[in-house]
Write a new protein. Structure first.
Lengths: 308, 304
């Protein structure tokens, strides 16, 4: 009983002193400015602190890549390489068959990107812009496959691919991407649905087939979505470690991921500057790509994140 | 009568034609789903009831794989525990950190996009590259982290060489790629209606109250999304442990997927590994369902 009467009362008594002690206008504006400066400094301080946390390991990677092996293992660690061993990058390239790894990785990556775009666009079109019985039901099936962890199909896939003699070839890393990817089908579908119907209706009246509409109307308008999917798949293939690890054990077919992991486990600290140089060669193209395609990246992440 | 019948027949034929046309468009996915989905799923389920070394054909042993997994395999439970530890800790800290950073970035700071870019870069770094780089940062003698620690006057930390430190170290490393969640949170925060925040300010709410009672409720769906994605990823953590510690020291970083991989491709216990994969699927499914179940209590959906 007393509680309900107490509450509003105590609230007003709290508000009272704040009103009573209001400072003079000038000092107040100074105070506000000072407070704003302090909060701004704090904000940027925190942001820079975390920025260092995120960027520092990469700077350290590059710095180590440019050192001599002796400087790498000197104590205490020094920040700046001297002498600057630009030659490490060339040495790393020939110390392991990096060129072979690079070509393998490029083949896998480029073919996977092409395959996944072509094979995801078609089903997405059927889900987004065609009317047919059972459409929603099949779409739910597509989406539900996203939930399935890779580990469940990993073993039978390995058995199948080794039966047909595909181990130690790049095929298991490429071929599955020519059969659509549920997540990308979803992404394309969302995008296609946003394209106004009037555009394709006109073409339909003119007698164009669905395939024609897809290639001549929908796809030219879907460049941002294609860009996002291509980028995501590029990263998937370029960065993948588990799939090559399972299927490849002949260095002739190694991807860079696999080659680097092997380099690390067989040489470790003894040739560490070369390992770091190779790691940089592996990483820098991805970072450059990111800078060029940053907007697509951010769009893609937020797009999928928001619709999820 | 006959006219209506032929009309409905014609309609049916048209429907059928539409269906097959759509199937043609879906065929890449359908064929893939059959070859790389349905068949492997059935095979994997079958393998899980057999003992199978690839060299010899699978031999039916009923529930033995599941029984020995659950009752007599110490490493199975250890790996499960390690994975839960890693998943829970990296997700909890990761979400709090990502949300805090996103809120900082959302406060009208100059150079927001520059910060956002820097925070995001680690996400795109190949896992093999980041594993090797962090292995180097964690190096007990020449690593930079211990140099910092020594400069602070603390004894060097056995980051990856002590069973008590190895998992926290990998959690720390996981925070490095928190940028993905930051970007998603930031987009969610930018969708928070300005009027709501202004209304709260007029009502006398301070910054902290505005965050707690306006922003957080509105972005709870985004928290849910990041949590689910993070859980699924956490349960499948593999490459870091494979490259950096190979499960050691003293099996302290033997994660579920690593142990599954070892069973399949090192010990060639394919049947056992297939069984483990199904248990993993079940665990992920239950965890996701639990999170979704709990979400009705804490996730706030604004009316459409």
């Amino acid at each position: 009983m007393t509680n309900s009467r107490n509450k509003p009362l105590s609230a007003s008594t709290v508000a009272q002193p704040a009103l009573g002690t209001s400072p003079k206008p000038r000092t107040r504006s100074n105070q506000v400015a000072a407070r704003r400066l302090i909060t701004s400094l704090l904000k940027h301080g925190a942001l820079i602190f975390f920025g260092l946390f995120f960027i520092f390991p990469l700077i350290w990677m590059l710095s180590t890549a440019l050192k001599t092996d002796r400087q790498v293992l000197s104590y205490p660690p020094s920040w700046v390489p001297s002498p600057v061993m630009w030659s490490n990058f060339i040495d790393a390239f020939f110390f392991v068959p990096f060129g072979t790894y690079l070509i393998n990785t490029l083949i896998v990556t480029l073919l996977s990107v092409i395959g996944v775009v072509v094979s995801s666009v078609l089903p997405a079109y059927a889900f987004a812009r065609m009317e047919w019985p059972g459409r929603e039901w099949v779409f739910v099936l597509v989406i539900s496959t996203i939930m399935l962890p890779f580990q469940v199909t990993m073993i039978p896939l390995y058995v199948i691919f080794s039966r047909i003699g595909w181990t130690n070839t790049l095929l298991p890393l490429i071929v599955p991407h020519f059969f659509g990817n549920a997540f990308f089908i979803f992404l394309f579908r969302q995008f296609f649905r946003g394209i106004p119907n009037e555009l394709s209706d006109a073409a339909l009246i003119d007698g164009a087939g669905e395939l024609r509409i897809l290639t001549s109307i929908i796809l030219p308008l879907s460049k941002p979505a294609i860009m996002v999917v291509a980028l995501f798949q590029f990263l998937n293939s370029w960065n993948d470690f588990l799939t090559p690890l399972i299927y490849l054990n002949d260095t002739r077919w190694f991807t860079i991921s696999l080659g680097l992991a092997q380099m690390q486990s067989s040489y470790g600290l003894s040739r560490f500057s070369l390992i770091m140089a190779a790691t940089s060669l592996f990483t820098v193209p991805v970072i450059i790509l990111f800078f060029f395609a940053q907007r697509s990246f951010i769009q893609g992440i937020t797009f999928t994140g928001m619709k999820g | 009568m006959t006219a209506a019948a032929t009309r409905s027949q014609a309609e049916q034929r048209k429907q059928r034609k539409r269906f097959w046309k759509a199937m043609a468009f879906c065929s890449p996915w359908l064929i893939g789903f059959l070859c790389f989905g349905v068949i492997p799923i059935i095979a994997s389920f079958y393998f899980s009831f057999t003992t199978y070394s690839v060299l010899q054909p699978p031999r039916w042993i009923g529930l033995d794989n599941y029984i020995s997994m659950l009752t007599s395999d110490r490493l199975f439970w250890l790996a499960l525990g390690n994975t839960l530890y890693y998943t829970v800790l990296s997700n909890l800290i990761g979400i709090v950190l990502a949300l805090s950073l996103a809120m900082l970035l959302n406060m009208n700071v100059h150079g927001m996009t520059v910060y956002r870019t820097i925070y995001y870069i680690p996400v795109i770094i190949p896992i093999v590259a980041s594993s090797i780089v962090w292995l180097w940062l964690f190096n007990p003698q020449y690593g930079v982290l211990n140099l910092l620690v020594r400069n602070l006057g603390i004894a060097p930390i056995p980051w990856l060489t002590d069973p008590g430190w190895s998992k926290p170290s990998l959690v720390l490393m996981s925070l490095w790629s928190v940028g993905n969640a930051v970007v998603i949170f930031l987009a969610g925060l930018q969708d928070v209606p300005k009027e709501l925040l202004e209304a709260a300010e007029l009502d006398g709410a301070n910054e902290f109250q505005r965050i707690r009672s306006v922003m957080i409720p509105i972005i709870t769906p985004v928290i849910l999304f990041n949590l689910v994605i993070g859980l699924i990823g956490g349960f499948q953590v593999f490459s870091q442990a494979y490259i950096m510690t190979n499960g050691g020291p003293a099996d302290s970083t033997l994660f579920y997927s690593l142990y599954l991989y070892q069973n399949a491709f090192r010990f060639f216990k394919m049947g056992y590994a297939a069984g483990m994969a199904w248990v993993l699927f079940l665990i992920i499914l239950v965890a996701t369902l639990l999170v979704f179940r709990s979400s009705s209590r804490w996730v706030h959906y604004s009316g459409e």
